[in-house]
Write a protein that binds this ligand. Structure first.
Ligand SMILES: [Ca+2]
Ligand SMILES: [Ca+2]
Ligand SMILES: [Ca+2]
Ligand SMILES: [Ca+2]
Length: 275
């Protein structure tokens, strides 16, 4: 189990942003336009704080509060058991996928699904296995790494592979769910934390059992990472449902803040020239 406080950097940045606004306002006092600017920048500062999750706890419980801002939501079974691109009901529902990079370079991943991650699902006389977690780290649209797992006695074991070729899902008409799992490549030495859990969770809208995997590894293990976006993907053997989550490169939120400050500064210059 591991516990990391995060988001302090962004809260500090929001504080600096507010200081900047206060100082700027003391220099040049205007009424209505200034009030709009204060409102806009304050909203921006609050957004920087509110999109920050408080902590990821690797405990096998996919709490939406802990993954806030860093998860995809694909929970929900439609008419006839449709989960998209195919059918299967809760047993084939990919529900949540989380991906978070903390300030120390620790990469956290989390998956919740109605698909039995420990033993797979047998239906119609066929046994379907869960897929690997697939990671795309260099923006070329090809998944680069597989996080493979096995669960024994309620404890997950993860292994990392750099992938040369993937095995796709069983049914080619569900190719949107590709890839399914590692086919060829080479293992990459790294250290994982991990936890597995199962139960009936409030964040599953369909009723029934869900299965959860959480874990972390050092981003430095992923030598193909180019500093840009990171995408995590998961599906099961048939590809009846799948889920993806992309997180932006680490500097993006900072640049967004700078951009807002820049627009405000430009407004001051324009008004000064008119005066
Ligand atoms: Ca958790
Ligand atoms: Ca789903
Ligand atoms: Ca790639
Ligand atoms: Ca569900």
């Amino acid at each position: 189990m591991s516990y990391h406080v995060k988001g302090e950097g962004r809260i500090e940045m929001a504080r600096l942003l507010q200081n900047y606004i206060t100082i700027t306002l003391n220099v040049r006092r205007r009424t209505m336009t200034m009030k709009k600017l204060i409102l806009g920048l304050t909203v921006a500062a609050v957004m920087l704080i509110s999109t920050t999750a408080s902590a990821i706890t690797v405990d096998g419980n996919f709490s939406l509060a802990e993954w806030n801002g860093y998860y995809a939501n694909d929970d929900g079974v439609g008419p006839g058991g449709y989960v998209g691109p195919a059918y299967g009901g809760q047993s084939f529902d990919a529900e949540y996928l989380g991906l978070y990079l903390d300030n120390s370079g620790k990469l956290y991943f989390g998956l919740q699904t109605g698909f039995n991650l420990a033993s797979g699902v047998t239906t119609g006389g066929y046994h379907y296995n869960p897929g690997d977690l697939a990671l795309e780290v260099n923006g070329d649209g090809v998944y680069d790494y597989a996080i493979r797992f096995s669960i024994s006695g309620g404890v997950p074991t993860y292994t990392l592979y750099q992938v040369s070729t993937w095995q796709n899902v069983m049914y080619s008409q569900f190719g949107i769910s590709d890839p399914f799992k590692y086919a060829t490549g080479s293992s990459v030495p790294t250290t994982f934390t991990g936890a597995y859990g199962t139960g009936v969770f409030a964040n599953n809208s369909d009723g029934g059992t869900s299965y959860v995997l959480e874990g972390s590894l050092d981003l430095s293990s992923l030598s193909l990472y180019n500093g840009g976006n990171l995408t995590l993907h998961w599906t099961m053997e048939c590809g009846n449902d799948y889920i993806n989550k992309t997180i932006p490169e680490p500097g993006t939120i900072f640049l967004l803040g700078s951009g807002l400050v820049g627009c405000g500064a430009l407004g001051f210059i324009r008004r000064k020239r008119k005066a």
